[in-house]
Ligand binder design. Sequence first.
Ligand code: ADP
Length: 403
Amino acid sequence: MPLMSLEKPPAQPGQVWAHVGQPFVGREYDLIVLGAGRMGAACALYLRRLAPRRSLLLIEEGGLPNEDGATLLSPGVWSALTVPPERRAEAQWTRAQLAGALAPDPSLNLSFQARPLLELAAAGGAGWEAVLDVLGRDPAPTLPAGLADLQALPWARLDAQAARYRPGALALACAQAAIGAGADLMLNARAHLDGGGVGIERLSVTNTHQIVVHETHRLRAGRVVVALGAAGPGTVEHDLGLHTTHARAYRQFPRLNHPSTEQTPTLRAAGLTLRPQHGGFTLVPAIHHRDPAGYEPGGGRLTGVPTGLRRETLEDLVAAMDALPALATGALELGRSLMDVPGAWFALPGGDPDGLPRHEEVAPGVHLLLGGPHADTLGLAVAYDLAATVAGTQQRPWAGRPG
Ligand code: ADP
């Protein structure tokens, strides 16, 4: 007779508490993951796969995906161009997960598309080619007319392996798959760290649209993963009295209504990434530095006229107008107030705008998981690495593979 304890438990779907009308009786969990952005949701899924015997609760303040989180607005551009060589194998593994290995069920559609990324520059160097050589290749990456001034940007690099996908759909697919594999999920619940456990405030909305705390619970947990995005470092600092080196920055994603098609490559030039989307482009400005504590996002002014874009982003766009003349046309949506321009807070792991996703055990049994600006390319591997660490396994599926 087989030993029951050596068998995998049957994958009973977990329970979901979406609103306060669904009664919740507090219980102890082996594992609690705070935050169901793509980092928390992916970690929850990998934990169910690597440690299926340990009970798991995933808690999210909003819905899935939350409109305020970094995940929904992240560009969803996978490219290994800026990944250091020692992390390339993880980036490749992340790409394979996105391309279908993670969620083979076709209903969990991440809109994954393999599309090249073309980087243009004013000055070349090792790895750069004359732009006309790159644009003359077969198949040629075709750029919409009038978008970029190729005289001002005579050098190019092509990432033929790059891809695009929807990070919000990734968070949803991971959470659904985690529930299918036995994770419990509580939505509309704000969490904080409380001694050796987690405090939860279940939220509801009054008929005057105020968010109020309906009830509170305190749960004990064997281990806690803090995947609260930009709020993660502040939460461990406040709740555990720790100091971290991490920071955050508010990033806006203005729209450029210059025509694009499904086939248009993702473009990087003059410090901006231009992600083809809905027949135009979503602009992804560089993050230059952390935002100071207490910074409140606010609109700037262009020649005295109020805009929804923050000052730093406006300056970047103005500086890029010679190289990207389309930015100087009415195709650029500047907005009139902050509400007009989509934006979100991003964690900056290590306080560095180029900080890669990472995790660390900030107190015994409390793991901080940070995605940040490079989560599109490396986030899943880092979420897996944390799940494997918690599960106590040494193996990593990308180890020994070429990057
Ligand atoms: P990441 O890319 O790291 O997943 P996100 O910002 O998308 O970053 O995800 C963080 C998630 O954590 C968001 O969905 C946000 O709503 C959620 N969150 C933030 N603070 C809390 C909290 N106190 N309790 C529960 N969820 C929270």
